[in-house]
Design a protein around this ligand. Structure first.
Ligand SMILES: NC(=O)c1ccc[n+]([C@@H]2O[C@H](COP(=O)([O-])OP(=O)(O)OC[C@H]3O[C@@H](n4cnc5c(N)ncnc54)[C@H](O)[C@@H]3O)[C@@H](O)[C@H]2O)c1
Length: 401
């Protein structure tokens, strides 16, 4: 048991909860402070609100040991020397960062941020310059806390298994903040943290996500070029990467979605006064892919989707995961409905009761339709058998004959 107490703001979310499990395992008494009472209830009952590798057993162990608990009561922050911020940082309707959300959230907590012994660590992805703005704001409010940044870089669903090995990018507004955030993550991970200036750390995180988003867009554009030419992109991709190390970063085509990649690319675009042309082009390609796939489907079904029944397999944004945030399957469904088709959805991971307006059916029923679209390549779909005349749009090249 360590003598420092941690509070995680947004602690029942996808980033906060695994982080809290790890800090509790490392011997920090950890409170997960979250506005959402249903998530808090679930966590205190040892139930993971979302899929996370090793989540159920490791959550149960730290709740049983008394090192971790969740609460909707912010007063737990008062006696915490480490306060980790993991709330969402979305962009607004103009695709600009919603900095005010963060300020308002902190404003509600300012009475508990009372001592220079307290370190506030931002773990959420923030726009460049945000750490300084927040530091100034806290000072203006008379909160004497120290401020640091250590962006989360895990891949969703594997936080618990990845965190230990990933080097952390750490930064802070003064040397003490940097030393303390470094010490914290040294206690949680095996890799030596890398110290950066605040602006460098903020940009580094956005570069990671924008790079991935652009990389996927390259493959998605190549997919469209190949398919329009009547060539099979999946076969081209397999040939191009085969025993050719220089192409190892050449991604498969696929519906690029989720809560982070597009929004972080847009945070960077906003920061660069919308001169980040590669980022915007990537958005056009990735967000345009659903319409391209619909065209392929329409052509394959004789030129119209009106009156057709389409099976949409996979509503999550990534394979074998339950997270539907910003999933492009929902965009495909909407486009199909707009064109007069009926859509039968299937997803074994997604909790159907959250989507009462969507018609979920069993796999057999979704397959017995005029055409099938693979929204996300859950492993379950890999060995589906399609009759030769059956139409299946599989941008992922995931269904193996
Ligand atoms: N999900 C990922 O894999 C991932 C990876 C790296 C970075 N990030 C970044 O981490 C941040 C959080 O993402 P997430 O996916 O965990 O979001 P999330 O929506 O899963 O979790 C956020 C949690 O914060 C809670 N919350 C919101 N406002 C609050 C407030 N004012 N006080 C207390 N609790 C509050 C919500 O109830 C929710 O449980 C974002 O900046 C995101 O870009 C996410």
């Amino acid at each position: 048991m360590r003598n420092e107490t941690i509070s995680i703001v947004g602690g029942c979310g996808h980033v906060g909860l695994p982080l809290g499990i790890v800090t509790a395992e490392a011997g920090y008494r950890t409170y997960l402070y979250d506005l959402n009472p249903s998530l808090v209830r679930l966590v205190n009952h040892k139930q993971m609100p979302h899929l996370e590798e090793e989540g159920p057993e490791r959550l149960a162990a730290v709740i049983d040991s008394g090192e971790l608990s969740a609460t909707t009561d912010p007063t737990v922050l008062r006696d915490s020397s480490l306060i980790l911020i993991t709330i969402g940082t979305p962009v607004d309707e103009h695709l600009n960062p919603r900095l005010q959300d963060l300020i308002v959230a902190l404003q509600g907590l300012r009475e508990f941020l009372h001592s220079p012994e307290q370190l506030v660590v931002f773990r959420s992805t923030i726009a460049p310059g945000t750490l300084r703005v927040i530091g100034d704001q806290l000072q203006e409010w008379g909160c004497p806390v120290r401020v640091a940044y250590c962006p989360e870089r895990i891949v969703q669903g594997k936080a618990l298994t990845e965190l230990k090995g990933l080097p952390q990018l750490v930064s802070g507004l003064d040397a003490t903040a940097v030393a303390r955030v470094k010490a914290l993550f040294l206690a949680l991970t095996d890799a030596e943290p890398i110290v950066l200036e605040p602006m460098e750390a903020e940009l580094a995180k956005l570069f990671c996500n924008a790079w991935r988003y652009i990389n996927f867009a390259i493959s998605n554009q190549f997919y469209q070029i190949a398919e329009e030419a009547g060539a099979n992109f999946g076969r081209i991709h397999e040939a191009a990467v085969s025993n050719y190390p220089r192409m190892k970063e050449f991604a498969r085509a696929g519906l690029t979605a989720g809560p982070c990649l597009l929004k972080d690319t847009m945070q960077l675009a906003s920061f660069s006064r919308n001169t980040f042309f590669l980022g915007h082009s990537a958005m056009l390609v990735n967000e345009g892919l659903p319409a391209f796939l619909l065209n392929q489907l329409r052509t394959a079904l004789g030129g119209t989707l009106r009156g057709k029944t389409i099976g949409l397999l996979g509503m999550a944004f990534k394979p074998d995961n339950d997270d539907t945030r910003e999933s492009l399957s929902f965009k495909i469904r909407k486009l199909l409905l707009n064109q007069g088709a009926q859509v039968l959805c299937h997803d074994p991971f997604v909790q159907h009761e959250y989507f009462p307006h969507i018609r979920f059916v069993g796999l057999d029923e979704a397959m017995a339709t005029d055409g099938v679209v693979i929204g996300v390549p859950h492993s379950l779909y890999r060995h589906l058998k399609f009759a030769p005349e059956q139409v299946c749009i599989d941008v992922w090249n995931s269904v193996k004959p």
